[in-house]
Design a protein around this ligand. Sequence first.
Ligand SMILES: *Cc1c(COP(=O)(O)O)cnc(C)c1O
Length: 366
Amino acid sequence: MADENLPDLEILENPNARSAEERAALLADPGFGTVFTDHMFTMRWSEGRGWHSARVEPFGPLTLSPATAVLHYAQEIFEGLKAYHRADGEIGLFRPEANAHRFNTSAERLAMPQLPEKMFLASIREILKADGAWVPTEGESSLYLRPFMIATEQFLGVRPAKEYLYSVIASPAGAYFKTGPKPVTLWVSEEYTRAAPGGTGAAKCGGNYASSLAPQTEAIEHGCDQVVFLDAAEHKYVEELGGMNLFFVYADEKKVVTPKLSGTILPGITRDAIIQLLTEEGYDVRESDYPIDRWREDALAGRLTETFACGTAAVVTPVGTIRDRSGDFTINHAQTGDLTRRLRAKLLDIQHGRAEDPHGWTQTAG
Ligand SMILES: *Cc1c(COP(=O)(O)O)cnc(C)c1O
């Protein structure tokens, strides 16, 4: 039945959809972000007309003029959420309305049109209706959903475009860590920053990621997995990774610190869920500035017992070693800490419908 939230919805089935056998072979070891399902969702916006031409159609290339605005000035935003195979056999989602809300916050910052939350949620339901069989059933695996919006007007002038494409693609994702979470090593970028006050740090836009690639390359050259960015003004305070928020654990004091959302940090939905879970467990959760010098001193003194990063893709990831030009320091002997392990399991259990969900964070996609 047509969804009344989606204007002009058409369903075009993929005549070349892969067989159940082909799909099973791809789902056996999907990795991350390289395998895509048989369909995609698309919808157009134009000035005067608003949203129109919603479609579920075969996954395939977009045809764009070389003069398309997004190719030149990066007017683009995206979201990332997962569909989970639940213990009860249903397909589950985790706080998708929070993604819908954040999409609009990002759209506002990039001068793009608002997408009614009902349309965002209906587009997710439609892609899952078409490609629900692509939700992997193995342990920690899931179907990663990537809603995005691009400026499609053909125009080289610098102003907000008058035409946009909204789309959702889906990609099965295996367990991020095949043999349990492995502590990562972070490179402190002294030269590069991710976001400055007044910039786009709180928006989920491709441009933030483009500018993180040079520091990420530097991190890899120094034998690290990821970059940790400091604040742009003073290079003193820890902000976040290129795509994950950070938490600092003082287990003996039952205290946890996470950098406060001051406009340069992406407001992670995983971050928000963890703050709620820890607060309910009686932790003193502080959202505040966190100096890199405190991180080093407290880790060396053993007061800081754990650090972890969090985000939809990798859930909760332990941080083992921090490296900069002056040397290294390690946290918890570069081992996964108890709270990190427990929070990770707790979130995964809620997301996969294996644990109670008193917050109403999960819903089925049916
Ligand atoms: C998406 C993202 C996160 C994590 O957000 P979640 O909603 O938890 O997935 C953190 N930092 C950045 C820069 C991001 O783009």
